[in-house]
Design a protein around this ligand. Structure first.
Ligand code: SAM
Length: 234
C-alpha cells in the first residue's frame, strides 16, 4: 500500500480515530510493552529525509541516544547496534533488561528526568513512545524540556508517530515551546510505512510478534497519517 491520503479528515474524525487507536493499545501486565525494531523500521519512519543506504554514514559521526529504546540495545538488527564507531551509542528506558551488548551503553532512567549531562547528543530518536503511549500534554512538555537540555545545539530529535502531524496536541504552550527552541519539520515516509512486527524478550530470547502486529500498525499509521517530527535545536 502506497501513501494514498491526499487530504486531512476533519477535526472530529481525527480525534475519533486517534481515540479509537489509543483505546486498543494493549498493555502487558498493566505496563507499556517493551519492544524493539530493526534498522529498516527506524530508517523508514524516523529518517524519511535520509536515504537508507546512507543512514549508517549519516549516523557514524553523531553522538546518538535512542530514548525509550525498549530492547534495541540488545538487538543486533537495530539502528543502535548497526552503527559502529567511537561516538556515543546510548539507549535509555525504564526497564531492568540492561545486559551490555557490543559498545552500547544502556541507561535505566526516566524520560522526564534522565540524569544525563547537558548538551550530550547530536541525534535522539524516539519511536512508538511519545504521542503513542505518552499522550498527556504536560508530560510531553516536560519531556521536551529534558530533551532540549541533553541535546547539543544543532542536534536533532526525531519522533514517530505524530498523528495527523499534530505535534503540539492542540496546545499553545507546547506549540510555543517547540517553535521557540527548535526548528520544526514534519515528514511522512517517502514510499510507505513499515509493516514490520515488533520484537520482544521471552525468557531472555528475542522473539518477533505475529505478523498481524506489523499489519495493524501499518494500517493505523495510514489512518492516522503518522508523521515523523524532526526538531533541530536552535
Ligand atoms: C512500545 S516500546 C518502543 C520501544 C522501541 N523504541 C521500539 O520502537 O520498539 C515503548 C517503550 O517506552 C518505554 N517507556 C515507557 N515509559 C517510559 C519513561 N517514562 N521513560 C523512558 N522510557 C519509557 C517502555 O519501557 C517501552 O520500552
Amino acid at each position: 500500500m502506497k501513501l494514498y491520503r491526499k487530504s486531512f479528515p476533519n477535526d472530529e474524525k481525527q480525534k475519533k480515530d486517534i481515540k479509537e487507536s489509543l483505546d486498543t493499545r494493549l498493555f502487558v501486565k498493566g505496563k507499556i510493552p517493551i519492544t524493539g525494531r530493526s534498522f529498516t523500521n527506524y530508517s523508514i519512519q524516523l529518517f524519511p529525509d535520509v536515504s537508507s543506504t546512507k543512514l549508517i554514514s549519516y549516523m557514524n559521526d553523531k553522538d546518538y541516544l535512542d530514548l525509550a529504546c525498549g530492547i534495541n540495545h540488545l538487538y543486533p538488527q537495530s539502528l543502535l547496534s548497526k552503527i559502529k564507531g567511537s561516538k556515543k551509542r546510548h539507549g535509555l528506558d525504564i526497564h531492568n533488561k540492561s545486559e551490555q551488548f557490543d559498545e552500547i551503553h544502556y541507561y535505566k532512567s526516566n524520560s522526564h528526568k534522565t540524569g544525563l549531562p547537558n548538551d550530550s547528543y547530536d541525534c535522539i530518536t524516539i519511536n512508538n513512545y511519545l504521542y503513542f503511549w505518552e499522550t498527556n500534554t504536560d508530560n510531553l512538555l516536560k519531556i521536551y524540556k529534558e530533551l532540549y537540555r541533553i541535546c547539543k545545539k544543532d542536534g536533532e530529535i526525531r519522533v514517530f508517530p505524530v498523528f495527523f502531524g499534530n505535534y503540539y496536541n492542540d496546545n499553545i504552550e507546547l506549540f510555543d515551546y517547540l517553535n521557540q527552541n527548535f526548528s520544526v519539520r514534519l515528514l511522512r515516509p517517502k514510499k510507505d510505512y513499515s509493516n514490520e512486527s515488533a520484537i520482544y524478550l521471552d525468557n531472555d530470547k528475542i522473539k518477533k510478534l505475529d505478523k498481524s502486529n506489523g499489519s495493524v500498525e501499518h494500517k493505523e499509521n495510514h489512518t492516522l497519517m503518522s508523521n515523523c517530527l524532526i526538531l533541530k535545536k536552535l
